[in-house]
Design a protein around this ligand. Structure first.
Ligand code: SAH
Length: 255
C-alpha cells in the first residue's frame, strides 16, 4: 500500500478485471502491425497483446519497479524505460504505429496533444481515460463539454466512445469513472489553412468559452472584418472544424 501511495504522481490505477483488459485489447482494429503500449504497469493489458507474432509490440513505462516486473514475467517483451512525453516517437519504429493503454490519468491531455502533433505517425489510438476526458474528446459541436482537444483531434481522427468502466475494477480505485475511446486517423492530409494559426485560433477561442468569437479572438490582435458575422456571434463550443478553418483563413494581419 505504501508504494501505491508514494506513486500517486505517476497516475497509477492498475486494472484488476481481466475481462476489461481483454476487451480493451480487442478494441484495436488489427490493421496496424506496430503497436506501442503506454504505461503497462504490471502487464494486465500487455498479457493480451504480447502473443501476436504479426505485431511488432513495444511498451514505454516510467516506473522502474514495473519495468523490472515486466522483464521478469515477459522476458521477450521490448520495454523502454522512460517517459512517453519525452521519448522520440519518430525513431521508435521508424514507421507509423498504433498506441494502446490504460493511460496515466494525470497526463491524459498531454498524451492526446502529443498524438495530435504526431498525427501522421499514429494511425490509431485505443485508450482508457477518465470518463470526463473521454467524453470531452468525443464531444460534438454544440455540447458544453466540446473543447480544444475535441476540435483538434476530430480534424484528423474519427473518434468513437466505446464503453464506460466502473471505478471498482482498479487498484486503487480512481475517484471517477473511466471510459475507453478509439481514435482512427481520417484521410485528411492538410486542413487547407495555416495549421499553426488554426491551433492558435482554436485555443484562443476556447480560452474564454463563454464569450462570442468576436470577443474571444480579440487578444490575437487581428483584423476580423473578413469573417462572416454569423460565426463571430457564436461561441467556440458551437463551431465545427470547418468553421474554425474558415475563420483561420479569414484572419487578416492588422495594418
Ligand atoms: N496499464 C496498467 C497500468 C495503468 S496505471 C494497468 O492497466 O493496470 C498507468 C501506468 O503508466 C503506470 O504503470 C505508470 O507507472 C505509468 N506511467 C505514468 N506516467 C508515465 C509516463 N510519462 N510515461 C510512461 N509511463 C508512465
Amino acid at each position: 500500500m505504501e508504494t501505491v501511495k508514494a506513486k500517486k504522481f505517476l497516475g497509477q490505477h492498475f486494472l484488476k478485471d481481466e475481462h476489461i483488459a481483454e476487451r480493451i485489447a480487442r478494441s484495436l482494429s488489427g490493421k496496424e502491425s506496430r503497436l506501442l503500449e503506454i504505461g503497462p504497469g504490471m502487464g494486465v493489458l500487455t498479457k493480451y497483446l504480447v502473443d501476436n507474432p504479426a505485431i511488432d509490440f513495444r511498451c514505454v513505462e516510467i516506473d522502474r519497479e514495473s519495468v523490472a516486473y515486466l522483464h521478469e514475467h515477459y522476458p521477450t517483451l521490448q520495454v523502454v524505460e522512460g517517459d512517453f512525453l519525452k521519448m522520440d516517437l519518430n525513431s521508435l519504429f521508424h514507421d507509423s504505429f498504433a498506441i494502446i493503454g490504460n493511460f496515466p490519468y494525470n497526463i491524459s491531455s498531454q498524451i492526446l496533444f502529443r498524438v495530435f502533433d504526431h498525427r501522421n505517425l499514429i494511425p490509431e489510438v485505443v485508450g482508457m481515460f477518465q470518463k470526463e476526458v473521454a467524453e470531452r474528446v468525443a464531444a460534438a459541436p454544440g455540447s458544453k463539454i466540446y473543447g480544444i482537444l475535441s476540435v483538434l483531434l476530430s480534424a484528423f481522427y474519427n473518434i468513437e466512445y466505446l464503453f464506460t468502466v466502473d471505478e471498482h475494477v482498479f487498484n486503487p480505485p480512481p475517484k471517477v469513472k473511466s471510459a475507453v475511446i478509439r481514435l482512427t486517423r481520417n484521410n485528411v492530409t492538410s486542413l487547407e489553412c495555416d495549421e499553426k494559426l488554426f491551433v492558435q485560433t482554436v485555443k484562443v477561442g476556447f480560452n474564454q468559452r463563454r464569450k462570442t468569437m468576436r470577443n474571444a479572438l480579440k487578444p490575437m490582435g487581428r483584423d476580423l472584418s473578413d469573417i462572416p458575422e454569423t460565426l463571430l456571434q457564436k461561441r467556440a463550443e458551437q463551431l465545427s472544424v470547418a468553421d474554425f478553418i474558415l475563420i483561420t483563413n479569414r484572419l487578416k494581419e492588422t495594418l
